[in-house]
Design a protein around this ligand. Structure first.
Ligand code: ATP
Length: 424
């Protein structure tokens, strides 16, 4: 009722360098934020005074002010408080240092800084990337955002790695605009599922970006910001070292973990700057179920859009004979059973042609850009994803949910481990 609504309007007066943190948990509630006076930003994006911003279940937000502000919140939040201690000054100093490097790069038409953010799970890596990208673009830069976190997938859907040219600040409620992202399909939500494949894709992405930077001067001097996943031990640590090499990283920002920082200082050549950063006290830990829900949400948005921007996907049948469906990685055999000279690891990057079967139901499949050689499928980026919503073995057809109408841009599809239950 109206009375309830009124009761849930709250006003907050923030002093300089403070932030208002809140979370929305309930699936039925919406929370609205507006700026009444002063200046404020959400993860580096400025808020427009008087505009109403809507947040739904799962939102974990910080509204920071450099100079003080008054904020109004409507609706039921689960947690809400003003924090006096934030690492924003440190993050802003990082930005200033990167900006100095971009300035220097501009003088000689060189490459601007490539910065990689590393750290364990739930330390705010994605958020720091977003802040640094927003600050850069607000200075008129056009940085490239690389996301290597296959678990969440800020670009495209989970199970992928990719890159995006950032041309404007992130939208406060919807993140960065996804225009023409460069996407590679890994097909698993956990990087350890196939690290041989992940290395190949990462190397491919890095070389693709290198080519892009050569022809785009603005992006070249602006540099690259790389988000990584929270896998920092063992093979995960090796991936960090490998990423540093293939992306020619100049700066590594280590969030929260001193052990990781010390290991990197020990193992990384001196010309790479390794910087330790405190995590924000506001970063919220996410349980397994919250993460898995966020993944589902991300995939749903891929097909159906958001409340603000609905999308209308298409559903159509395709004959089995019209498609070539591949899986990457053959079932693992012990080394002793393999042909001479072959390792179990090689199996992980083997291309296997599949006959459609009921096991494909609900699975996502990447639509490859690959046109010719079969071997190239592994290394080729993808146009997008479809979801198998029905299999008819009698008629030998598949029903696909697709962002685009028939025909598909390509009939070569690569199976992903990720599934989506289309409940529409
Ligand atoms: P992952 O383990 O998935 O790699 P991460 O280290 O990238 O996680 P983020 O995704 O950046 O962490 O942050 C985790 C959550 O905390 C996000 O929902 C984010 O919106 C929230 N968050 C980050 N900083 C703050 C803050 N200062 N106040 C409130 N919430 C925050």
């Amino acid at each position: 009722s109206q009375d309830d609504q009124k009761a849930e309007i709250q006003e907050f007066k923030l002093e300089a360098d403070q932030e208002l943190r809140f979370e929305v948990e309930s699936k039925t509630e919406k929370v609205y934020l507006s700026l009444k006076a002063g200046l404020a930003e959400v993860f580096g994006t400025e808020i427009v005074k008087g505009k109403l911003y809507e947040f739904t279940a799962g939102a974990k937000i910080a509204v920071f002010t450099w100079h003080g502000c008054t904020l109004e919140i409507r609706g039921k939040t689960d947690v809400i408080y003003v924090a006096k201690e934030t690492p924003m000054v440190v993050y802003s100093n990082c930005h200033a240092a990167l900006e100095y490097m971009r300035h220097e790069a501009e003088k000689d038409n060189n490459k601007g800084p490539t910065t990689m953010i590393v750290g364990p799970c739930d330390v705010g890596k994605s958020t720091v990337c977003r802040i640094l990208l927003n600050y850069a673009v607000r200075e008129g830069r056009r940085p490239i955002y690389v996301d290597l976190d296959v678990g969440q997938g800020n670009i495209s859907i989970p199970g992928t790695i990719g890159a995006l040219l950032i041309e404007r600040p992130a939208s406060i409620d919807e993140g960065f605009a996804q225009e023409a992202p460069l996407v590679y399909n890994f097909g698993h939500k956990a990087p350890e599922k196939n690290s041989a494949l992940l290395s190949i894709l990462t190397t491919q992405l890095a070389s693709n970006i290198k080519d892009k930077l050569e022809v785009n001067k603005k992006a070249r001097t602006s540099g690259v910001i790389i988000n990584t996943c929270g896998w920092v031990k063992g093979e995960g640590y090796k991936q960090i070292l490998n990423n540093t090499k293939v992306f020619e990283v100049d700066v590594i920002l280590v969030l929260d973990q001193e052990r990781l920082y010390n290991e990197l200082v020990r193992d990384i050549p001196n010309f790479v700057k390794v910087v330790f950063l405190q995590k924000s006290g506001g970063v919220v830990e996410r349980s397994k179920s919250v993460r898995s829900e966020a993944r589902d949400q991300r995939i749903r948005e891929y097909f159906y859009g958001t409340v603000k921007n609905s999308l209308y996907p298409h559903s159509f049948d395709m004959k089995w004979s019209e498609l070539k469906i591949y899986r990457i990685g053959a079932p693992a055999l012990p080394d002793s059973c393999l042909p001479l000279g072959m390792k179990a690891k090689d199996h992980m990057t083997k291309l296997v042609l599949l006959t459609p079967n009921s096991g494909l139901l609900h699975h996502l499949m990447a639509v490859s850009f690959c046109e010719e050689e079969e071997e190239d499928i592994l290394k080729t980026h993808v146009a997008g994803f479809v979801c198998v919503t029905n299999i008819d073995s009698e008629r030998q057809t598949l029903t696909l949910l697709s962002p685009q109408p028939k025909p598909l841009p390509n009939t070569i599809l690569v199976l992903s481990d990720l599934q989506f239950m289309d409940s529409h």
